[in-house]
Design a protein around this ligand. Structure first.
Ligand code: URA
Length: 272
């Protein structure tokens, strides 16, 4: 095959949505003994259903990675420690495809902590959360209730992080497995940042922190309790969604006003 043919074959796969290489070299399934035997007409019994050896090893590794993430997160006694631990942790392949570990932005210690999903291309490039178009809208939303992520006063600033610190390839939604792997880090992040209120924007952070399967359209605007920290948590729409569905800004404005009231000292009416 010529170089041009190879590039054309690759771009065809990318067009079909294959944006991630999962192994360094292709696997020739036809060379596997059972497949070769079957194609030669030999009856080879199928294995009883159950995980293959490779699957067992992969699951074991994932379990190890999860355990290790929990240990590393617990051992971090400052935000700086936690940042280093997350940047150095190799338990997820997402790290291999990203440029930067996107840890947080804004003022640690702010009364409000905002939690998004995962960095996009701009965030990956700059190493900061919410700096692209969605981030600009988020800044406007904060300004509308008198907050600024760069303010020094904890009462008027905000602290911003994501469930995942690494950009998923092609900006795809993180899998449940990936979210579960990174959960110990964001839980510890919340503990160390010590906000008074959590604002989860979009489905991924809301489901991850509340352990619910209920979608954001039903959850938004309803104060919940974040079990791990005991903090009141308000789910709302993700600004990227608002860029696509500007009519939903009306409901988001209600959520922002609810946040404002809580920050002003009105105890939120937490469900449950
Ligand atoms: N979307 C997110 O959820 N987080 C970012 O940091 C940027 C876009």
């Amino acid at each position: 095959m010529s170089r041009a043919d190879l590039i054309a074959a690759l771009s065809w796969q990318v067009d079909l949505g294959a944006d991630e290489a999962i192994q360094e070299v292709p696997v020739d399934r036809f060379a596997e003994p059972a497949v070769a035997a079957r194609s030669a007409g030999v009856e080879v019994p199928r294995a009883a259903s159950g995980p293959t050896g490779a699957e067992v090893i992969a699951r074991q590794k994932e379990g190890d990675a999860e355990g290790r993430a929990g240990e590393l997160a617990k051992a971090a006694s400052t935000l700086e420690d936690l940042h280093k631990a997350m940047a150095g942790w190799d338990g997820s392949d997402l790290k291999k495809g990203a440029k930067n570990c996107v840890f947080a932005d804004g003022s640690p210690g702010a009364h409000l902590m905002i939690i998004g999903e995962a960095p996009g291309a701009d965030e990956d490039r700059q190493g900061k959360p919410f700096v692209g178009r969605a981030g600009q809208l988020l800044d406007k939303m904060l300004a509308a209730i008198g907050l600024d992520r760069n303010a020094e006063d904890p009462a008027t600033s905000a602290y911003i992080a994501n469930i995942l610190p690494w950009r998923p390839p092609g900006n795809r939604t993180p899998s449940e497995r990936e979210v579960a792997l990174f959960l110990p880090f964001i839980e510890r992040h919340i503990e160390l940042a010590q906000p008074r209120f959590l604002f989860t924007i979009g489905n991924t952070p809301t489901k991850a922190l509340l352990g619910t399967q209920t979608g954001i359209k039903r959850m938004r605007g309803r104060w919940q309790r974040h079990d791990a920290s005991g903090l009141p948590l308000l789910p709302s729409f993700h600004p990227a969604y608002l860029l696509r569905q500007p009519a939903e800004k009306r409901l988001t404005w209600q959520d922002l006003q609810a946040l404002r009231r809580a920050l002003d000292g009105d105890a939120p009416d937490v469900e449950g």
